[in-house]
Design a binder for this molecule. Structure first.
Ligand SMILES: [Zn+2]
Length: 431
């Protein structure tokens, strides 16, 4: 009797070993192709990469998968998602009434479709719970590997406070509002940053400036005092992790990074001086442009938010290009809410208007891996790395938008050495 399997009957079968032959590996570090590679995968890891002519000697052909004409690309990493804001409603207002239970039951759908689009890791910037992260790790539900913030920390009346201006309902320290927690003053900042870490947060997300979807703040507001941000940064750093801040304007970004914040989310209104400061300090930038494009197309936001949205969308593309040009490490993010998750890969197409394919691919692989502190195991097809790989039938270094056409281009999605999605008869997905 296999007691472990009786206790956790969803436990996956042991890893299969794979030998991929004639693979063309996409190397995001060099921005180059490595042709004719034999790639061995065992126990969820890439165990060897051999480009010599004798690489396949002695391996029975039936034990190999011939990747002639195909590309092996590192699994994609989306650094800004909200899996808890699930599809099912047409606009943001309706989400006020969505309960955690309803959301939780729908999250497996969100995760499964992310895998189908080629995302093998995601960083959730507010809302996803440790329970969901563990359910994926355990094999209860298929999905990308999660790195979670727990609830984002917001001040009263800040980007995370979903009460409208006529609400007189007071909320006390640590109250949860949507994907955020409301905290005011250094004492609450210490306490609830520690609470998030206790409840499994991999990093801390703060609402460090005004936002688009929030009802009572303005984009150009600074949020949190220096003392409050310092408290949160101290808690994160003491626990060996980092803080990332939702910030659009140069003032909000400068405040955050001068206080030790490691990542900036969105950053649409960045100016040259701030971009240079970010490059100098090694701050990561995660733009999320598709969220603005889709919010507009789908009328997702109420009128007061829609006007804010137009402003930031316009400037976002230019800001991202400027940041890349001065040497900021730019990561891939989407920030799609509710019914918009389907558009996740359209971020590739949006970015292709101003960036080169390799710049964009790096943002979703090696740059993202560094931001989430996983650069020693994720983001590359390299010996010893986790076997997160996509089998593509088109070269994203020539045209990055092939990643936006998963049905045609992504033949297989392998995470942890397991085939989670196949669109190719030579590759069988695990049930
Ligand atoms: Zn977000």
């Amino acid at each position: 009797m296999d007691i472990a399997r009786i206790i956790k009957p969803w436990q996956r079968q042991p890893h299969k070993a794979f030998v991929f032959t004639n693979a063309t590996i996409i190397d995001p570090v060099e921005g180059a192709l490595i042709p004719n590679a034999t790639v061995r995968v065992a126990d969820g890891k890439i165990t060897s990469i051999d480009t010599s002519e004798t690489a396949t000697e002695g391996i029975p052909e039936e034990d190999t998968i011939d990747l002639s004409g195909k590309y092996l690309c590192p699994g994609l990493i989306d650094c800004h998602v909200h899996v808890a804001v699930v599809p099912g409603e047409a606009d943001l207002r309706a989400y006020k009434d969505m309960t955690e239970k309803v959301s939780l039951l729908r999250q497996p759908h969100v995760l499964k479709t992310m895998i189908e689009r080629g995302f093998t890791s995601i960083r959730d910037c507010g809302g996803a719970s440790l329970a969901v992260k563990e359910a994926v790790e355990d094999g209860v539900i298929p999905g990308p590997r999660l790195f979670i913030a727990g609830f984002a920390l917001s001040q009263t009346g800040g980007h995370g406070d979903m009460r409208g201006p006529h609400s007189e309902e007071l909320c006390c320290g640590g109250t949860i509002s949507g994907i955020s927690r409301i905290v005011d003053g250094p004492a609450e900042c210490y306490k609830y940053a520690r609470e998030e870490l206790r409840q499994g947060a991999d990093f801390i997300k703060i609402m460090g400036g005004g936002g688009v979807a929030s009802p009572t703040d303005r984009i150009d507001h600074i949020q949190f005092s220096d003392e409050e941000i310092k408290a949160i940064v101290t808690v994160a750093n003491n626990a060996g992790t980092y803080v990332t801040s939702h910030s659009y304007t140069p003032q909000a970004i400068q405040q955050a990074i001068n206080l030790g914040v490691r990542g900036i989310e969105h950053g649409n209104l960045i100016d040259l001086e701030t971009a240079k400061l970010m490059a100098e300090k090694g701050t990561f930038l995660t733009p999320t442009l598709i969220a603005h494009v889709m919010s507009k197309q789908m009328n997702f936001l109420p009128a007061e938010s829609a006007a804010k949205n137009d402003e930031v969308l316009e400037k976002g593309l230019r800001a991202m290009k400027m940041a890349v040009d001065v040497g900021v490490t730019v990561c891939f993010g989407t920030d799609l809410l509710g019914p918009m998750h389907f558009a996740q890969s359209k971020e590739f197409t949006v970015r292709s208007k101003v960036l080169t394919p390799i710049q964009i691919l790096r943002s979703a692989t090696i740059n993202a891996a560094r931001l989430i502190m996983q650069e020693d195991r994720l983001g590359q097809i390299k010996e010893g790395f986790t076997a997160d790989m996509l089998i593509l039938n088109a070269n994203p270094l020539e045209d990055i938008t092939v990643l936006d056409r998963a049905e045609q281009s992504i033949m297989g999605v392998i995470k942890d050495g397991r085939v989670l999605k196949s669109r190719w008869e030579k590759l069988t997905a695990e049930a």
